[in-house]
Design a protein around this ligand. Structure first.
Ligand SMILES: Cc1ncc(COP(=O)(O)O)c(C=O)c1O
Length: 446
């Protein structure tokens, strides 16, 4: 039998001798049956080095909101490259991009640029601590805010170390972290407003900010329950804490103004990444002028050699002009296509008696594979997700989907980009039918 991933396997083998563990981001090692190597992409499609074509719902971990190699972006970057790739100084483009963000994002009175959302998260936390003179950041269990020491506290703790429901433990998934960092966080469970209120009250006067991904896309695509965002806003106002929305994934996706427009709230600070650059290393901290004051007066350091890099700015200007040009139409289209895909996957699952339950809004959703006997109904917090999801079974189904040319994210997340069309969804479901049949035939329920 021919190996459809032969070239990827060969490259991955070769990479072991020069790249630590063969990949440049730990999570990429998870891809089964082998981390794939890609040669090119166009719109909703991407090709690996073995020539396999995929309808891509991984879409650069969500960064490629406009699809692969969208017409016009390469030209915008190329024209800038001919003029200069880097100034480490000012250029008019940075004002152009900042003004577009002001136009799009409700919470964007002022802007600062970085090259990754991880950096922006650190800037936001530092700013919040300086702004309030308080030490603690409150974050939600299971939430991912970048890979730095501070972004990963409370990210995916193992079940035997959770702590009780009322006081989730502050665990870090990495070794080598400064131990004191853990003590600068408070962790609350997502989607329990009364519990959140109790945690805030227990640390009264100590919390600088509440940080949250408005739809927790990274963990099971969990939308906030009614009242959660309102409670966060109310508590922040009551106690003088900053409300920090991490819109690295949700930004520009659910509405032109991100989840804050989609859900109707205005944060004090917003973290933007991924789609703001459409695949180039670009990210931004945007916020209310009052919350940015310490950066304005220079008492909080915010720096970076490549901040406001002109190539990234040219790409971002192209992206934001694209969003503005669509006049707010894209979320509905992505939502309709995403809903069709979710419904189609669910009917295939039902046909083959596979407990797959897609959940989330259409432009991003999580295909949850339930464990045998797990309860039905939406999953609303991290603990429930761990208790109910059958990760090995999902990995098997994902591998079957990949063989058919449908690519979702390793942990079950799917993105519908602006490059996906009706034909992509129809074709993906035809391919998925073959994948589900193969999975049903091969998978043995324990
Ligand atoms: C919600 C959220 N915040 C922050 C980050 C970190 O972004 P970056 O990988 O650009 O540093 C991510 C990345 O996936 C994210 O999903």
């Amino acid at each position: 039998m021919t190996d459809r991933y032969a070239k990827s396997r060969k490259l991955f083998h070769r990479a072991q001798n020069s790249i630590a563990a063969g990949v440049n981001s730990g999570i990429r090692k998870m891809e089964q049956p082998v981390p794939l190597y890609f040669s090119h992409g166009s719109g909703s499609r991407v090709w690996d080095v073995d020539g396999n074509e995929y309808i891509d719902f991984q879409i650069g971990q969500g960064a490629l909101l406009y699809g692969h190699a969208p017409a016009g972006m390469a030209e915008a970057i190329g024209e800038q490259a001919k003029l200069g790739t880097h100034w480490a100084a000012q250029c008019e483009l940075e004002i152009d991009v900042a003004e577009r963000l002001q136009k799009l994002m409700p919470g964007a009175e002022l802007v600062r640029f970085n090259n990754s959302a991880t950096e922006v998260v650190l800037s936001a936390f530092r700013l919040a601590r300086a702004h309030t003179g308080r030490p603690l950041i409150l974050k939600f269990e299971g939430a991912y805010h970048g890979w730095a020491d501070e972004g990963l506290v409370g990210f995916c703790p193992p079940a035997d170390k959770w702590g009780d429901d009322e006081s989730p433990t502050r665990l870090h998934p990495s070794q080598g972290v400064i131990p004191e960092v853990l003590g600068t966080f408070v962790v609350a469970r997502w989607n329990d407003p009364a519990h959140l209120r109790r945690i805030v009250d227990a640390h009264h006067g100590q919390i600088a900010a509440i940080v949250f991904e408005p739809v927790m896309c990274n963990t099971c695509c969990m939308e906030p329950v009614p009242g959660l965002i309102e409670t966060i806003r109310e508590l922040c106002e009551r106690d003088g804490m900053l409300m920090i929305a991490d819109e690295t994934i949700t930004g520009f996706r659910f509405a032109p103004g991100g989840a804050q427009e989609y859900l109707g709230f205005t944060p004090d600070l917003t973290i933007l990444g991924k789609a703001i650059g459409g695949g180039v290393p670009f990210a931004a901290l945007v916020g209310k002028k009052s919350a940015m004051q310490k950066i304005i007066d220079g008492t909080v350091v915010h720096a970076g050699t490549l901040n406001g890099n002109p190539l990234c700015l040219a790409a971002s200007k192209w992206c934001l002009d694209h969003i503005i040009g669509l006049g707010g139409t894209h979320p509905k289209i992505a939502n309709d296509l995403g809903q069709q895909l979710m419904t189609g996957l669910r009917s295939l699952a039902d046909k083959h008696d596979i407990p797959l339950r897609p959940q989330g809004p259409g432009p991003a959703f999580h295909a949850v594979m339930l464990k045998p006997g797990a309860a039905e109904g939406p999953i609303n917090d991290y603990r429930d997700y761990v208790r109910r999801q059958d990760a090995p079974r999902w990995t098997h189904l994902r591998t079957c989907l990949l063989e058919q040319g449908v690519r979702a994210i390793e942990r079950g997340l799917w993105f519908v980009s602006l490059a996906h069309r009706q034909q992509d969804i129809d074709e993906a479901l035809v391919k998925a039918a073959a994948a589900f049949a193969k999975h049903a035939a091969e998978w043995k329920v324990a």
